[in-house]
Design a protein around this ligand. Sequence first.
Ligand SMILES: *Cc1c(COP(=O)(O)O)cnc(C)c1O
Length: 364
Amino acid sequence: MSFSLNDLPLRADLVGEEPYGAPQLDVPVVLNVNENPYPPSPLIRQEMAAAVVRAAGGLNRYPDREALGLRTDLAAYLGHGLTADNIWAANGSNEVMSHLLTAFGGPGRSVLTFTPTYSMYPEYARNTFTGYVTEPRNPDFTLTADLVLDAVQRHDPTVVVITTPNNPTGTSVGLEVFEAVLAGSDAIVVADEAYQEFSGRPSALELLAESPRLVVSRTMSKAFALAGGRVGYLAAHPAIVDACRIVRLPYHLSAQTQAVARVALAHADELLAQVRSLAAEARSFEAWAREHGYDVVDSEANFTLIGRFPDRHRVWQDLLDRGILIRETGPDGFLRVSAGTPQEMNLLKHALEDLDPTREGSRP
Ligand SMILES: *Cc1c(COP(=O)(O)O)cnc(C)c1O
């Protein structure tokens, strides 16, 4: 009997959709999803294991559905006078964003983003029946207050997402842009600061005290080296947190997730120790790529867009054939490279030098 998805009453707007995700391939050099390449130390692993054992003693019970201990620790990590009431946490910032759009989006409403940007946003919008509208960034991928305000006035979204540093370009957005859009509209303004720890810029957290419609979204997946732990969070006015608490699934954050994340936060200094060297690794790769004639987008994150490749898929595939996985994303002709260890970056540089320019058109 042949039976497929076509035989099921799938929601009409989901017909033909593909599950999202970059290829997960077992190759020696993985530079495709902006993870921190350094695993937790043996000592931190042991503490995580012990914390999970303690949590396991209570796994017959539901976890703390308010995740108060974790939210208290996250508030302490962020500083800026924040308390647990200002923090919401979930399984990755993708779930945090889903909560925000479930609460503030929905039919007849829209979320506005500035492209090129994170490819997950349209999925959150689709899943929550929220209209997805975009405006292009400036040619150098920056954003100005005028550009953003003009777009907000034309589209009248209930939620605006500004990603800083932006994925996939690495471009930062100044706080004056957030101030202008908060002053000039009634929208919920989300600063997606997934890569904030890698940039030396002031965080939008500085504006929270005066901005009840501002949301600062963060993740433990990148700088914190905890992508597998699945913890994202936001900082905002407690009223925004209350909205998320309405729409979250009960007990959404497991006891073991909360326990592991709290151990990671207790060792924030050690886990974040590689942040500077990873940013430096990315900047040094950029300098190398420029010297070698590539088009390089100025980045303030732990990744870099390089181009322009007449056939980027072929370059992606040829690197993969050499055991190096990078990301086929971003503007036409560009590829995104996450900062890895110095050894991994050397392998990547050698592989790029090794590509046959006539075949791949690898040189501009
Ligand atoms: C990686 C990333 C996130 C984090 O996603 P998680 O679900 O927390 O792993 C959020 N926003 C952007 C722009 C990202 O690139």
